[in-house]
Design a binder for this molecule. Sequence first.
Ligand code: FUB
Length: 601
Amino acid sequence: MRRKIAFIVSVLCLVTLVQGVARADNPIVQTIYTADPAPLVHNGRVYLYTGHDEDGSTYFTMRDWRVYSSADMVNWTDHGSPMSLATFSWASSDAWAGHVAYRNGKFYWYVPVNNRATGRKAIGVAVSNSPTGPFTDALGRPLLENGEIDPNVLIDDDGQAYLYWGNPNLWYVRLNADMISYSGGLTQIPLTTAGFGTRSGSTSRPTLYEEGPWVFKRNGLYYNVFAAECCSEFIGYSTAPGPTGPWTYRGTIMPRQGSSFTNHAGVIDFNGGSYFFYHNGALPGGGGFTRSVAVEKFTYNSNGTIPTINMTTTGAPQIGTLNPYVRQEAETIAWTGGVETEPASEGGMNIGFIENGDYVKVKGVNFGGMSPTSFSARVASATSGGRIEVRLDSTSGPVVGTCIVPATGGWQTWTTVSCPVSGATGTRDLYLRFTGGSGYLFNMNYWQFVPLASASILTNGDMEADTTTGWGVFGAGTLALTTSVVRTGSRALAVTGRTSSWNGPSQNVTSKLINGRTYTTGLWVRSQSGTPSAKATLALTANGTTSYVSLTPATAVNSSGWTLLSGTAAVSWTGTLSSATFYVETAAGTDSLYLDDVSIQ
Ligand code: FUB
């Protein structure tokens, strides 16, 4: 069934492209149906926790929760499912709307599920040291149970945490500092029409409040954004001077729209902007039980009220651009037609179930002023592979490179392929379009571009001069050119005779660095025998003090193929720079190495 969503999304987007209409980036996820967004800002990223509507559902058939994250609000990385009904041994069904709170280095995920023993809805809490999990049941039993749903946590400025939840009523309880126990009783918030508006045509539920409270504090004012007046729901909100009220109804944020009869909001401030997350039925096959999470950017009115926000297919604008010269996960996606995601044996997720014509769009990729020289991708194929067309602007835009993916003997048997690239400059949308025969072609785990060596501050970084010109040795070692083991062109650099792990090929870049600049480094390394971890480093001496900047992370290399090391690092110093040396070393050992296509720019 998942193939069906993916196929229809692909066809719809081709039609959209042919018609020349601007491309949609809402809903956020196209690989599965997602619902009940709960965004969390942490360390410069937005983590988006969602529910997961099973394909073809005719009820809220939900068995697991999902996590996505983004630094730019348009390219979202899929972190898979770090929590499911199985996490809670006492839960029988209904992995419904949850919320994640961060406190003291831990992430607490509060969710409503059916308690097998009582048959009633209960609130469970799971905990993790990482925003992407895995999460484990913190208690082995419900945190609380009163048959109601949709937990949400506010941690007030004085450190007191409140858990809100409820449908048909609205409740709160004071959480203890451990976040997995509470003090005092479960307290009902009075659902008055002054506090939560007047429902039309119902006497049993006089107010608009339905479910899904999202409580937060901004500029000293407490907001409760909630799903109102089922069915279908709209999103309304109330405000209060304190976390427990009294609440005053403030009106509609998102009117009834779209084909889902529920809606569910999450509101954050991130990087100077305000964002409203919600769900609808906008994907093909979507509806009340096959929903999709979407996002809009908005601005609070000057008096703190929230404007009307409508659902769009464009979504939020991108913050900044994406760097193609560092490893990017294949599952970082602005929009996809046809691919799915799954856990990768190398860690994280990979994209898979790729068929001829499927594609991934990555938005706002900043190639800079000089086209990269090559594109590389980590791929696996249990069949005969296929091709990756590297395109710009659209699925039918210019092809700047084509990589051949071979059979690797398994869907999780990974190899790195690379291909030359030309003509990719400026900031463009990148489309990776996959082609081949029938059936599933290959999987992709990650990709990156290699910057143009001639744009580099290094001399003879591609090693194609007929001497080792430009290169020296940091510490001990002997350099030689080789023509028998090369990555591109006809020469590579060989270093032997290293006597310490920090010894290796080097260049003096003292006159070339600019204080405060960020540099992107790329180099291909191969060992002559062992399997050391190699890395590129900058030794800076200013005002008599030497400091070391890691230009790339230490990366395992071997003798059977070339490994790309890459990284981005800010370079600055205080006082007068007397010496700056770029060098390649190993984390340990003195293995002999080959180097090719080295650049720092
Ligand atoms: O997703 C199941 C339920 O639908 C949620 O708990 C409610 O908020 C509504 O969105």
